[in-house]
Design a protein around this ligand. Structure first.
Ligand code: FRU
Length: 599
């Protein structure tokens, strides 16, 4: 009897096993768990993508592709879902269609929920929300710094630090988007992926018009930092890739990296042509300095000088440099601006962009105004700002990453993390013997707007802030305001929604500052570093003009034609549709009031 029962059980389990194998073979996915959190997936690709379930808070697992018992990919770091699935990321297997493949997954326990949710699909689309309407974001996944921007044949190319395998930092590729007007962006791929030398960190592109490199006339050369974790620390070196199809696909140079060092922080090459010396220049972030190199062929680089000791802010590592020559408005005189991103050490904590104004002779930069630390943006969310190479008509156009390293991995958004600022035109102006950067929205933003509300000038006095709910319902607009102060100590604007959340802005005439307060702007609890008041110095003057761009989760304020700029993220429960004004002691006039929709 006993024997026949065990025979029956064996037969049953054989049937069950067969059906399991049948199901697995049918789905093209068979998962085996080994010891020590080691797993093997046998794959018969039955769709373009293998969808892997991710949990943002999970510890990273290591994923390798294996063919004929040989590892054929670099390890992807993926937060495979252990307790719950937040979303899926695609691994593109189109190159292996119809062929057997294996995947080795390390450091993911067999008890994780991910194993029940792996599948094939021919299409992949991720819902992203809340989504800005006119700011560039990645198609899905993580984005940080803008990289390698260049202009060619009517197209602005924008690359960016991209993780296509999760919404947190890791697996750095260069994602790629294009635009013909700096407002509407199209995702066109991710042409640079991690390789034997590591992640593809930030860098720049140049158009090699005269084929100095031998990569081809008008070839696009991309310079990036190869960053590889070693047993001790990251190993950073500079590498090159080149494109002969206008930046859509790249071949990596066969003898990368081309510039090495024993420094721990050695990255973010910005390359440009120095016409007077007829040579290329590379500026590199090296610890808390910027190092300048020169080259005649883009491949061999000679160290020229270091800049930084005793200059500007040093509260953190210097990153993402840029060096551009600009005219000082109304003088005909030109000066060089060294853009220097720093993390941490920004004026309101975390990351920020400082700059130096001075001279450059092709080899050495000299800061002509060393007394004062100059900040490019007085908000908390403008970082890694760099400019377009080869921009038309001598324009100098910059763009930043609209976030802060203090809380970027916690932002309360879904399906992506990271947005860019709007593109900004840079120029210089003089004030009280100092020279400062001015950054205004590019003129293309004007073409994208249409007037929806205009009010006649009106006076404001007293603290009673009457609200008018006249702002677009979708939270996507620009508001242009001018003010004339009549002795008010402080005059302010409150943007509010029907959920009792608000963003306050005020000008404190007695202290010479303009401030934005986001402490009650909506969801501020995801990080202790998020609720802040940011301030910009403003000259004593009774006139003030503001262009303020709202785009659901961001506020960008351009004051006095771009003489001060403030960029801050906000996460309101509903759009701010109300606006009110108040004056603390005294009165002021709102001399113009215009609201625009942005296309
Ligand atoms: C700046 C930065 C760069 C580096 C990149 C890595 O935000 O730290 O220095 O190249 O991000 O993603």
């Amino acid at each position: 009897m006993q024997k026949s029962i065990s025979k029956l059980l064996a037969a049953l389990s054989a049937i069950l096993l067969c059906s399991a194998i049948y199901a697995a073979e049918d789905s093209g996915i068979n998962i085996r768990h080994l010891s020590n959190e080691q797993n093997i997936i046998d794959l018969q690709p039955a769709g373009r993508y293998l969808l892997l379930p991710v949990e943002d808070e999970a510890v990273e697992g290591k994923v390798y592709l294996v063919q004929d018992n040989v590892t054929i990919s670099h390890g992807l770091n993926i937060r495979l879902a252990r307790k719950k699935v937040d979303y899926y990321v695609p691994v593109d297997l189109s190159a292996f269609h119809g062929r057997k493949l294996q995947m080795e997954i390390q450091a993911v326990p067999a008890s994780s929920v991910c194993w029940d949710h792996i599948s094939f699909a021919d299409e992949f689309e991720m819902q992203t929300s809340p989504e800005p309407a006119y700011h560039h974001i990645p198609p899905y996944g993580w984005m940080n710094d803008p990289n390698g921007m260049f202009y060619q044949d009517g197209v602005y190319h924008l690359y960016y630090q991209y993780n296509p395998y999760g919404c947190t930092w890791g697996n750095l590729h260069w994602g790629h988007s294009t635009s013909t007007d700096l407002v509407h962006w199209k995702h066109v791929g991710a042409p640079l992926a991690p390789d034997a030398w590591g992640y593809i960190f930030s860098g720049s592109c140049v158009v090699d018009c005269h084929n100095t490199s031998g990569f081809g006339e008008n070839a696009v050369a991309a310079f990036y930092t190869s960053s590889k974790p070693t047993r001790w620390t990251d190993c950073q070196a500079q590498s090159i890739a080149f494109s002969t199809d206008g930046g859509y696909t790249f071949d990596k140079y066969e003898s990368n990296p081309v510039l090495i060092s024993d420094l721990k922080d050695f990255r973010d090459p910005k390359v440009f042509w120095y016409a007077p010396g007829k040579h290329w220049v590379m500026v590199l972030a090296a610890g808390q300095e910027m190092h300048i190199y020169s080259s005649s062929n883009l491949i061999d680089w000679k160290f020229e000088s270091a800049f930084g000791e005793g200059q500007g802010a040093h509260g953190g590592v210097w990153e993402c440099p840029d060096l551009v020559e600009l005219e000082v408005e109304g003088t005909g005189e030109k000066k060089w601006v060294l853009i220097c991103n720093i993390n941490p050490g920004g004026p309101f904590g975390g990351s920020a962009t400082q700059y130096f104004v001075g001279s450059f002779n092709g080899k050495r930069f000299v800061n002509e105004f060393p007394e004062e630390t100059k900040w490019m943006d007085w908000g908390k969310d403008n970082y890694a700002t760099v400019t377009w190479s080869n921009a038309p008509d001598g324009r100098c156009i910059a763009i930043g990453w609209m976030s802060n390293w203090q809380y970027q991995n916690q932002l309360p958004v879904f399906g992506y993390r990271g947005a860019n600022t709007i593109a900004r035109e840079l120029s210089l102006y003089e004030q009280d013997g100092e020279v400062y950067l001015k950054s205004g929205p590019v003129k293309e933003m004007d073409a994208a707007r249409s007037l929806v509300t205009e009010k006649k000038p009106f006076p404001v006095s007293g603290m009673d802030c009457k609200k008018d709910y006249c702002l677009p319902e979708d939270g996507v607009f620009e508001i242009e305001l001018t003010f004339r102060n009549h002795g008010a100590e402080k005059f302010g604007i409150v943007f509010s929604n029907h959920d009792g959340e608000s963003v306050k802005m005020y000008c404190d005439a007695s202290k010479g500052k303009f401030a934005m307060d986001r402490t009650e702007s909506g969801n501020v609890d995801f990080s202790v570093d998020f609720p802040v008041v940011t301030c910009a110095p403003v000259p004593e003057n009774d006139e003030l003009s503001l262009r303020i761009f709202f785009d659901r989760t961001s506020v960008e304020i351009f004051g006095n034609g771009g003489e001060f700029v403030m960029t801050n993220l906000v996460f309101p429960s509903s759009p701010y549709t109300g606006i009110g004004f108040y004056a603390d002691r005294g009165a002021f006039d709102v001399t113009s009031f215009k609201v625009y929709r942005i296309d």
